[in-house]
Design a binder for this molecule. Sequence first.
Ligand SMILES: NC(=O)c1ccc[n+]([C@@H]2O[C@H](COP(=O)([O-])OP(=O)(O)OC[C@H]3O[C@@H](n4cnc5c(N)ncnc54)[C@H](O)[C@@H]3O)[C@@H](O)[C@H]2O)c1
Ligand SMILES: [Zn+2]
Length: 671
Amino acid sequence: MDLSSVKLYIENLRKDLNRHNYNYYVLNSPQISDIEFDKLMKELESLEQEFPEFVDPLSPTQRVGSDLTKGFEHVVHVRPMMSLSNSYSIEEVDDWFNRVKKSLAKEQFNIVGELKFDGTSISITYKSGRMIRAVTRGDGTQGDDVTANVKTIKSIPLELQPGDWPEEFEIRGEILMPWDIFEKLNAEREYNEEPLFANPRNAASGTLKMQDPKEVAKRHLDARFYYLLSDNLPYDSHYKNMEAARSWGFKVSSCMKKLNSLDGVNEYIKYWDIHRKELPVATDGLVFKIDSINQQLNLGFTAKSPRWAIAYKFNPENACTPLKYVSFETGRMGIVTPVANLEPVLLSGTIVKRASLHNDDIIQELDIYEGDWLYVEKGGEIIPKITGVDKERRLPNAKKIQFVDKCPVCGTPLIKIYGEAAWCCPNHYGCRPQLTGKIEHFCARRMMNIDGIGEETTELLFDCGLVKNIADLYDLKYDNLLGLDKIGEKTANRIIDGIEASKSVPFERVIYALSIPNVGETTAKRIAKAVKSIDNMQMMSEEELTAIPDVGQIIAKSIYDFLRDPINIDIIARLKQAGIQMELSQEKLSSLGDALVGKIIVISGTFLHHSRDEYKEIIEREGAKNSSSISKKTSFVLAGDNMGPSKKEKCEKLGIPLISEEEFLEMIGGK
Ligand SMILES: NC(=O)c1ccc[n+]([C@@H]2O[C@H](COP(=O)([O-])OP(=O)(O)OC[C@H]3O[C@@H](n4cnc5c(N)ncnc54)[C@H](O)[C@@H]3O)[C@@H](O)[C@H]2O)c1
Ligand SMILES: [Zn+2]
């Protein structure tokens, strides 16, 4: 390679790495595995070493990947938050040990072995024993202030136990989503046909960046702490500091161990390579640290990571197995998902037979042919993922896998969903899995909670012609049910009682239960509060619908079209007649209140959830007035990002309150 091609190659590598960093840290949706990412990074590092003329302080080798997100206040770290240098082999850990030994000359040193928790890092400051602020790593220099969200995590103390804690200190740790919570969350998302989180790490960091602390609280995050920083640390030993932190109420892992030789380090690696699978939370490796804080200071840092620590990363478990066939499966909303059916293979202790291929783009990207040997990975991830194809083992004359062009169940030609990689069966009212899926969804616990009607009973009622759609449920009689396969008196009674009880399920859950495309649980709640009744909702135009918090153009169109379909009009009328709640209860209505009536409001800055015009409409709709200039008459300013300093000053002078976008949505019951 000549120099100019080397330069170009390096630039392209940097671009790729920056893009992967963005996908990983900001979108929480990595497109390549960690090991692939780390290989690219190592390649760039060695090229930069070989060609120092191309070194650039902005290169991803010199900086930590940034998770800074719009919508959060940025806070500068008192002490920068760095990454860890990492290795995938014991030899590299041995090299590190020997480097440290040399640097510390003849000094004795101890090492602490710890689990490397796979979540998202957090720095929390405590003053006088109370939590002051929680900030993400961000770009290492400054991070996002996520205090309100962190305060919802029950295992993180807001106030410390009595102890010898310094008056002010920072503690660093990892925010995690335990495996069981992660599995439940993904099962729910799969059910709602929402994109799944690739692993608990992405789920944890996605959750931590949610705008609404109440939603964060529902996700049951957890944490582990692994480093203490202060001008007045209790001990010179990292290990002892962590033990102290544990006694103040922090969750510090009991798997932390003092090691005093290279043999100890190697044993620790061998032990955890096996036993990590028994842990309730995800780990992606181990971390070795020099115990003495003084020695840590002497060893210092590189541009990106401390020299006194190293991460040993576990190799993800993977296997290669032949593809039997690709099946195409139609879901409740008509989305067709390709699934790779594999020759069964043992991976991370479970047998893997199937792996979702998600959509056509992924099939194209992987370039899969019939009978191909596929690499399956489960690197701590519960959901097996196809990561590649062994092209050398491809059979001669094998045909490329083609996405079906007709619905595998009803044969209707598929249509591409605008702006997405998904294909959809448009036969929403004649395609079996869509019909039974909607009935099942309607009856499920979080919707109408009709006890006794699960997947099996739905299929049964559908097949014998008793329930073809959700309105038919309310025509069911005890006598119809009795005598059906596996339905005795007890079950029949349970079903009838469940149907009766569903008549008092509140309106917001009814909206979710209707299976309106693109309307998930949270959106359904917002819609219910805004429209107040199904009659109002049926009369609203697409523009009026977009004024509802969380409802963009795509959702508005889905709702509008759904409510104008004659089949749905009929179903809704029958549900209404059956006595289903089709409006907000009096109680909810009165609690909504008239927060904005008569107010004069000035909008300033840029917003996350709606455009300024949409907010203007909301303000009018809620009985308030828009005004363009701040005066004594102004009730408050709806203040977005980047509000001009002169406006801020004027508000301060006149004592006009600034209301944030979140507070405003809260006021109008949008959250
Ligand atoms: N797949 C992708 O597209 C992609 C993109 C970017 C980064 N990544 C992955 O992320 C890595 C880089 O991320 P990083 O800079 O956060 O490094 P890292 O995750 O490898 O290591 C540093 C982090 O480890 C965490 N940690 C967990 N337990 C710890 C303990 N006991 N002590 C100290 N720290 C502990 C801390 O949060 C710290 O910030 C890459 O090596 C790669 O594997 C992947
Ligand atoms: Zn179909």
